[in-house]
Design a protein around this ligand. Structure first.
Ligand code: RI2
Length: 327
């Protein structure tokens, strides 16, 4: 549902996220920050309270587009929470400035974080190794690209990633840079794992106990990697760690349309058929070798410490409650 007075550009960003024309946890976070900036810039009223109410409804509207990747609410909270928690602005002009600056700084941080992950993660890859990845993660592609740029001849196996085949995007991105890539059906992972040195996947959310929420099928791949003794790495920016899980909030797993799994004609012909289409699954920390972040390679068990450092106990509480209650 749209918000009164919401700019057309922001409606378009929201529908691009919802329909996955903009996808990937990092990209949707940056798109969310951009949507808030545009909303602030286009606001024409002069009441600070109205502006705050308006920004809060835009924030809710953006966050509701997709429920699983915590990068989106974390980005939104980073951009607008100073208006509510710290009461930093005394006028609409000041408040707009805060939103624009915070959005710009989030986007710049996010882009730098991917570069740092590429640099750090590339040190884990060696010449001639075979890396398997699942879905399409900018963080993972940047690591492999950086290793390749350094002259390491890594080979990549990309799962096709049904039902939306994002593995093709990964394969194309890497092949265009000259990396040797092979696409396999998702169900072939156990058959080829003997040829794989390392698995690296992205993340949509990392919980306080180090579990990783990522594209459906990730946890099966982690199990297979464990069975074979292959390292299973997760590459993620720290803003995909979820402060909400510290307070026991479950991660909502997005359920997408049956039409992504079966064509509409088959669904119409078989009205008694049920289709389930969960978009993500949860890999427990016990199956994760390490998490590659912009602040370093950490054991998954250190996730709570990352959250504590990022938000501090009080701020984590504010992130969960502050924005909702102050408006
Ligand atoms: P980056 C994607 O979700 C995939 O699950 C991917 O592993 C994760 O986001 C992280 O991607 P979707 O939006 O942020 O395709 O590393 O459902 O690009």
């Amino acid at each position: 549902m749209a918000v009164d007075g919401i700019p057309k550009e922001v409606e378009r960003i929201a529908s691009d996220i919802r329909d996955m024309r903009v996808r990937g946890a990092g990209r949707i976070a940056r798109a969310g920050a951009l949507a808030l900036r545009i909303s602030a810039e286009k606001y024409s009223g002069d009441s600070l309270e109205d502006f705050k109410r308006y920004m809060k409804s835009v924030a809710d509207y953006i966050v509701r587009t997709r429920p699983t990747a915590v990068s989106l609410p974390n980005a939104v909270s980073y951009v607008i929470s100073p208006l509510f928690r710290l009461n930093v602005a005394q006028s609409v002009e000041e408040a707009k400035k805060v939103v624009v600056e915070r959005a710009n700084s989030f986007i710049a941080y996010s882009e730098r974080a991917v570069e740092a992950i590429a640099e750090i993660g590339s040190r884990l890859l060696h010449d001639g190794e075979v890396v398997l990845t699942h879905c399409n993660s900018q963080a993972v592609v940047s690591i492999i690209s950086e290793a390749f740029r350094q002259g390491k001849r890594v080979k990549v196996i990309a799962t096709e990633t049904r039902p939306l085949f994002q593995g093709y995007i990964t394969a194309k991105m890497l092949a265009d840079k000259g990396v040797e890539v092979t696409i396999i059906p998702d169900s072939a992972v156990r058959s080829i794992i003997k040829d794989v040195d390392k698995v690296i996947v992205g993340a949509d959310t990392v919980t306080a106990n180090g579990a990783v929420v990522n594209k459906i099928g990730t946890s099966l791949i982690a199990l297979i990697a464990r069975e074979r003794g292959a390292d299973f790495y997760v590459a993620t920016e720290t803003y995909k760690f979820s402060p909400y899980t510290v307070w026991g909030e479950p991660v909502v797993i997005e359920e997408r349309s049956p039409a992504e799994v079966l064509p509409g004609t088959l669904l119409a012909e078989n009205p008694r058929l049920k289709v389930l289409n969960p978009s993500f699954d949860v890999t427990p920390s016990s199956l994760v070798t390490a998490i590659i972040t912009e602040i370093g390679v950490i054991p998954p068990q250190a996730s709570f410490l990352v959250l504590e450092e990022m938000y501090s106990r009080e701020a984590v509480h504010d992130t969960v409650r502050g924005v909702e209650e102050d408006v």
